[in-house]
Design a binder for this molecule. Structure first.
Ligand code: CAA
Length: 259
C-alpha cells in the first residue's frame, strides 16, 4: 500500500518499521497521517510474519503534536461531533502486537501522547518530551493527562502539563517515561534489535504478555493478578509452551510455531 504521510518497511522479515513523514511540519499529526498510521498498524498486526512494530520519526522530531493550523479553525461542534483531531487514535490501542516508539527530537503534545500509546519508548539522547497544549489555550486531548501521570507520577505530570516545560531524555528515563536512552545514530538499530528479540519469541506469549501488562493500568491488583493467572494457565494449551520448556530442559534453541 502507498502512503503519503508515513513510510513503511520490513526489517529482517519480522520487524515492521513505520516512519512518520511530514518533515516540513515536524511530523505534525493531521487526520490523513493518523488514518494512514492506523491502516499500516492494522495491516502489520494482521501479518503473520510480523512479530513487532517500530514507530519512529525524523532525527529532529518524532512528532511536534497535533497539526495546529489544521485544527485552529474548528468550532466545538466540529471537534466534538466529527471527533476531529483524535478520532483515529484509538486504533493504536487496538493493536495486539508490541509497538515500540523510537523517539528522536521533539515528542510534544500529540507526539508525546502517541509515543505513550506505544508499549515502550526507546529515546535518543536528543529526545524532548512535553505537553505544551496549555500554551495554545487547550489541554492534552489524546490521553496526555491520563497516561503521563501513570508513567511519571502526578508531580512531574502536573509540572509538564501546567507549565509546558519539556523533559529531556535523561529526566524522562529517570521518571520512567522511557525504557532506554541511546545515541542518536544508534536509535533505530537499538529499536530493531529489541524488536527482533521480541519477534523471536512465541507470538502468542508476547501478545498475552502485552495484554496482561496493559491490564495493570485498567484494573485493581487482585483483578489484574487473576487476569494474569488465567492467561498464564491458558498458555499451557499452546505448542509453544511445550516447545519452550522442552528446549530449556534439553539445552537447545526453541522453534516457536506461534501456535
Ligand atoms: N502543527 C503544525 N505545524 C507545526 C507544528 C504543529 N504542531 N509544530 C511545528 N510545526 C511547523 C512549524 O509551523 C514550522 O513550519 P514553517 O516552516 O512552515 O513555519 C515547522 O514545523 C518548523 O517548526 P519551527 O520553525 O517552529 O521549528 P523550531 O525548531 O523553531 O521549534 C518546536 C520546534 C519547539 C517543536 C515548535 O515548532 C513548536 O513549539 N511546535 C508546536 C508544539 C505544540 O504546541 N504541540 C502541541 C500541539 S496541540 C496537540 O498536540 C493537541 C493534542 O493533545 C492532540
Amino acid at each position: 500500500m502507498r502512503y503519503e504521510n508515513i513510510e513503511t518497511r520490513i526489517e529482517g522479515g519480522k520487524v515492521a518499521i513505520i516512519t512518520l513523514n511530514r518533515p516540513k511540519q515536524l511530523n505534525a499529526l493531521n487526520d490523513a497521517l493518523m488514518t494512514e498510521l492506523g491502516q499500516a498498524l492494522q495491516a502489520f498486526d494482521a501479518d503473520e510474519n510480523i512479530g513487532c512494530i517500530i514507530l519512529t520519526g525524523s532525527e529532529k522530531a518524532f512528532a511536534a503534536g497535533a497539526d495546529i493550523p489544521a485544527m485552529a479553525g474548528y468550532s466545538f461542534v466540529d471537534a466534538y461531533k466529527g471527533d476531529y483531531i483524535t478520532r483515529n487514535w484509538e486504533t493504536i490501542r487496538s493493536i495486539r502486537k508490541p509497538v515500540i516508539a523510537a523517539v528522536s527530537g521533539y515528542a510534544l503534545g500529540g507526539g508525546c501522547e502517541l509515543a505513550m500509546m506505544c508499549d515502550f519508548i526507546i529515546a535518543a539522547e536528543n529526545a524532548k518530551f512535553g505537553q505544551p497544549e496549555i500554551k495554545l489555550g487547550v489541554i492534552p486531548g489524546a490521553g496526555g493527562t491520563q497516561r503521563l501521570p501513570r508513567a511519571v507520577g502526578k508531580a512531574k505530570a502536573m509540572d509538564m502539563v501546567l507549565t509546558a516545560r519539556m523533559m529531556d531524555a535523561q529526566e524522562a528515563e529517570r521518571a520512567g517515561l522511557v525504557s532506554r536512552i541511546v545515541p542518536v545514530d544508534k536509535l533505530l538499530d537499538e529499536a530493531i534489535e529489541a524488536a527482533l528479540v521480541i519477534s523471536s519469541y512465541s507470538q502468542i506469549a508476547v501478545m498475552a504478555a502485552k495484554e496482561s501488562v496493559n491490564r495493570a493500568f485498567e484494573s485493581g491488583l487482585s483483578d489484574g493478578v487473576t487476569f494474569e493467572r488465567r492467561l498464564f494457565h491458558a498458555l499451557f494449551a499452546t505448542h509453544d509452551q511445550k516447545e519452550g520448556m522442552d528446549a530449556f530442559i534439553n539445552k537447545r534453541k526453541p522453534t516457536f510455531r506461534n501456535a
